[in-house]
Design a protein around this ligand. Structure first.
Ligand code: SF4
Ligand code: SF4
Length: 352
């Protein structure tokens, strides 16, 4: 489990367990939920539509065997059912917001009953932009519930009437892979529900989503040119574990993400000029477009100038060597901010 999330989760459980620190615990919980939701937003804002119905770990044991879209649906359907039908006995966000129609979902259940290909087929039907809005609406609604919760309510338990209400909502399938959920929730008190559907359940599924996303990026990188148009070696970029490289649909480059269609100024300029990359451009040395606009980050331009002189293969070799010799994340940590100096470091590395 992600160390920060796991530690925050432990802290929450400790804080909400005492009356004097309960309110602080709820604040930390809402903070953790915001952190986790930012991962979902990142995935939705950066990955292409087809990413949401792929199953790169199909058949594996664990939450990562699902799809990104299914994971989002499942986390927030469970939360919506538990928060509204079970705890508050009021109308779920799904129904009051008309989200079934907006998301295009053929089901109102948690999705536990779906298996293998059914998960992929279901995920294809979902409108991901509407889905993330539904997820956000559920999160906000549950945050309100959490903020209004009092310490003394944590021990509240559920009765047969509560159990029947959930059953009659038909939001949990009668399939044996799903029906157990009703008993599981109803055996807990409110504190137990805060612990599982509202915090730990998020962590487990969002970690699985990160794993799915990283695997899709890894698959996308296979066979694609690892040199970005600006000259950066995507194989050596600190984002490489969760980016497919900037020549694939899984480009998560922070610079590209600032522009429509994730097309950065270097890429659009190269396309207009009909060249493979900035390293083939006569204006490279004085160019201030895109990644070259930052005077204190000349390392990428040094890489482009190096490719211009020695070619892509030589850059990859020099970068491999630099990574063996130094422990660094961002290339400017070894090439520095001075263009000539960065270029010289790459040349010296090549000659060694
Ligand atoms: S700035 Fe543009 S060309 Fe460079 S890595 Fe990012 S997306 Fe690719
Ligand atoms: S003008 Fe600048 S951004 Fe355009 S291709 Fe040349 S070096 Fe790249």
């Amino acid at each position: 489990m992600n160390k920060d999330w796991s530690e925050k989760n432990k802290k929450i459980q400790m804080l909400i367990g005492r009356e004097t620190t309960f309110a602080e615990g709820i604040d930390v919980l809402i903070d953790l939920r915001n952190d986790l939701f930012s991962q979902i937003s990142y995935i939705v804002n950066t990955y292409p539509p087809e990413a949401f119905y792929q199953m790169p770990f199909a058949g594996a044991e664990g939450y990562h065997s699902k799809t990104l879209a299914y994971s989002m649906w499942h986390i927030f359907r469970i939360e919506d059912i538990v928060a509204h039908t079970l705890i508050n006995a009021d109308e779920q966000v799904l129904f009051r917001g008309g989200w079934q129609k907006k998301t295009g979902s053929p089901i109102i259940t948690t999705g536990n009953e779906l298996m293998g290909e059914e998960i992929a087929a279901f995920s294809r039907k979902l409108d991901v932009k509407a889905l993330v809005e539904y997820c956000k609406a559920v999160m906000d609604s549950t945050n309100d519930l959490l903020r209004s919760l009092e310490y003394k309510e944590l021990k509240r338990r559920f009765c047969e009437e509560d159990r029947n209400r959930v059953r009659e909502s038909q939001c949990v399938s009668t399939d044996s892979n799903a029906i157990w959920l009703i008993g599981y929730w109803c055996e807990k008190d409110i504190r137990g529900l805060v612990k599982m559907p509202f915090s730990r359940h998020w962590i487990m599924h969002i970690e699985a989503m990160c794993r799915i996303g990283n695997k899709l990026c890894k698959n996308a990188r296979k066979g694609s040119d690892p040199i970005a148009r600006c000259g950066l070696s995507c194989n050596h970029c600190f984002l490489k574990d969760w980016c497919g490289g900037c020549r694939t649909a899984y480009n998560t480059c922070s610079d590209a993400c600032r522009y429509p269609g994730k097309i950065c100024p270097n890429t659009s300029c190269c396309m207009e000029k009909g060249i493979d990359g900035c390293y083939d451009c006569d204006e490279l040395k004085d160019c201030k477009k895109g990644f070259y606009e930052y005077d204190d980050v000349n390392a990428v331009k040094a890489m482009a100038l190096f490719i211009h002189k020695y070619g892509k293969k030589e850059l990859l070799k020099s970068m491999n060597r630099l990574h063996k010799e130094h422990d660094f994340e961002k290339v400017q940590e070894v090439l520095g901010n001075d263009l000539e100096e960065g270029f010289r470091i790459l040349e010296n590395t090549r000659e060694r």
